[in-house]
Design a protein around this ligand. Structure first.
Ligand SMILES: [Zn+2]
Length: 385
C-alpha cells in the first residue's frame, strides 16, 4: 500500500512573515529572495551560460522549487518562465499566498516577527496567509531597546524581566526566542550578574557587541520566565544566515544549560534542529524530557538532503519530539515548498521503514501525522486552544 501524507494538514512551527513585493521580481532578485546568503551572489562579467545550464547562483533547493512551481503553474521548468508566471499571479498577492497555503494544506504557523525588521504587522500577515498564527517573542530586540532606555544595568535587568513577563501574558505568544547563536554562540555559562554588569557599558555603545556574559545572563532570565509561565523557550541552533557564529552554533554547546536542574521543567524548542549537527539535536531530545526540535531551515533548504536528514534524525529522536517547520522568510513559496518537499521525502523514508518490516503502514502514517502537526499540538496544547 502506498503511503501518502498528501491529505495531512501541516503546522509550520518556525517561520517568518513577509509582505508583497512592490515591483515584479527580476530573475536575479527572485534567486536572491530564495538564498540564505547575506552578501549577494556575483556573476563574473565573462561568465558563459549554456542553454541547459541552471540559472547562475541557483542551488539544489532552488532547482527543486523551480521544477515543482513549474508543475504547479503548468509552465516551462526554467527560472525565467517561473519568475514570469509568478509575477503575473502575485499581482493579487493575498489570493496567490492563500492558494499556496491551501494547496499545501498548511493550517497554522508559529511566526517569528523578530525578522524582518522593522517588524511587520501581525493582522496584515494573518489576513495575507489565512492560517492560524501563534507567535514567539524575540528577546534580542528588547535587549537592544532597553540598553538605550536604561542608564543602569540594574534598571535594564529589572525591565527586561518585566517586559518578557508582559509579552508572555499575551494569549497568542507561545514562548520566547533567542538568536544568541548569531551573537556570542551557544556555549552558555552559568548566570553571573556581576560579569554581565561589567559588560553593560560596552553593550550600550554597540548593540552587536559580543558581551557574552551579558547575553548569557539575559538568556537565563528568559529561561526563568518561560519556566514560570510554562511557555516554550525557542533557541536558534545550527546554521542560519551568513552572520551566525558558526564555530559555536552546534546544539551540543547548550547541553550544560539544558541539563541544569533549575530548568528541568522548562520546555525548550531547538529551532532548525541544529543543522548540520542534526544527530546532536536528535540525541539531546532523546535524553532530555522537555527538549524538542524542529526540522526547519534544513527543510526545505537542504533540497534533496531532506530525505537523508529525516532518516538521520530518527536514528535517535523519539517520534514525539520532532516537529515540522520551514523557516520560510521572504516569500510564500518557501512555506509551500517546505510542506511538499517534506511530505515527498518523508513518504520515501516511511516506505523504507515499512519495507524493512520495522512497522506497518498505519504506524508509518501515524508518525507522518505526528511530525506534521500532532507533536506541535501536544507540546503547545496549553497555549493554542
Ligand atoms: Zn528563522
Amino acid at each position: 500500500m502506498k503511503i501518502s501524507l498528501n491529505h495531512v494538514p501541516a503546522v509550520d512551527v518556525h517561520c517568518h512573515p513577509y509582505e508583497a513585493n512592490q515591483e515584479p521580481y527580476t530573475n536575479d532578485e527572485f534567486v536572491r529572495k530564495l538564498s540564505l546568503a547575506v552578501i549577494p551572489n556575483k556573476t563574473p562579467e565573462d561568465y558563459v551560460r549554456k542553454e541547459k545550464d541552471p540559472f547562475q547562483g541557483t542551488n539544489m533547493w532552488m532547482q527543486i522549487l523551480i521544477k515543482r512551481l513549474a508543475n504547479y503553474y503548468s509552465c516551462e521548468p526554467t527560472l525565467e518562465a517561473v519568475v514570469a508566471e509568478r509575477n503575473v499571479r502575485a499581482r493579487n498577492f493575498r489570493q496567490y499566498t492563500r492558494e499556496l497555503f491551501q494547496d499545501a494544506n498548511l493550517t497554522g504557523l508559529i511566526a517569528d516577527f523578530g525578522y524582518p525588521t522593522p517588524m511587520l504587522d501581525r493582522e496584515a500577515y494573518v489576513d495575507l496567509c489565512g492560517a492560524r498564527i501563534w507567535e514567539i517573542h524575540r528577546i534580542e530586540p528588547l535587549m537592544v531597546r532597553l540598553r538605550q532606555e536604561c542608564d543602569t544595568f540594574g534598571e535594564f535587568a529589572e525591565r527586561f524581566r518585566a517586559e518578557l513577563n508582559e509579552a508572555l501574558k499575551r494569549h497568542e505568544v507561545v514562548g520566547l526566542k533567542s538568536i544568541i547563536a548569531y551573537r556570542s554562540g551557544l556555549e552558555i555559562a552559568g548566570k553571573n550578574e556581576t560579569a554581565a554588569l561589567h559588560q553593560y557599558a560596552e553593550f550600550q555603545d554597540n548593540e552587536r557587541a559580543e558581551v557574552k556574559a551579558l547575553r548569557d545572563f539575559c538568556l537565563h532570565i528568559a529561561m526563568e520566565e518561560c519556566t514560570r509561565s510554562e511557555k516554550v523557550m525557542h533557541i536558534h541552533t545550527g546554521i542560519g544566515d551568513g552572520e551566525v557564529v558558526l564555530p559555536k552554533a552546534s546544539p551540543s554547546f547548550l547541553i550544560d544549560m539544558l541539563r541544569d536542574k533549575s530548568y528541568q521543567d522548562t520546555k525548550v524548542h531547538l529551532v532548525h534542529g541544529g543543522y548540520p549537527w542534526v544527530e546532536e539535536a536528535a540525541f539531546i531530545v532523546s535524553i532530555l524530557p522537555n527538549v524538542y526540535m524542529d526540522i526547519s531551515l534544513q527543510n526545505p533548504f537542504a533540497g534533496h538532503g531532506v530525505e537523508r536528514i529525516l532518516s538521520q534524525v530518527f536514528e535517535f529522536a523519539p517520534f514525539d519530539k520532532v516537529m515540522y517547520g520551514s523557516d520560510a522568510f521572504t516569500v510564500p513559496e518557501m512555506n509551500w515548498m517546505g510542506v511538499h518537499l517534506f511530505k515527498e521525502c518523508f513518504e520515501k523514508v516511511l516506505h523504507g521503514w515499512v519495507d524493512a518490516d520495522y512497522m506497518d503502514v498505519d504506524t508509518a502514517l501515524a508518525i507522518g501525522e505526528m511530525v506534521l502537526y500532532r507533536n506541535f499540538e501536544n507540546v503547545y496544547r496549553k497555549h493554542i486552544e
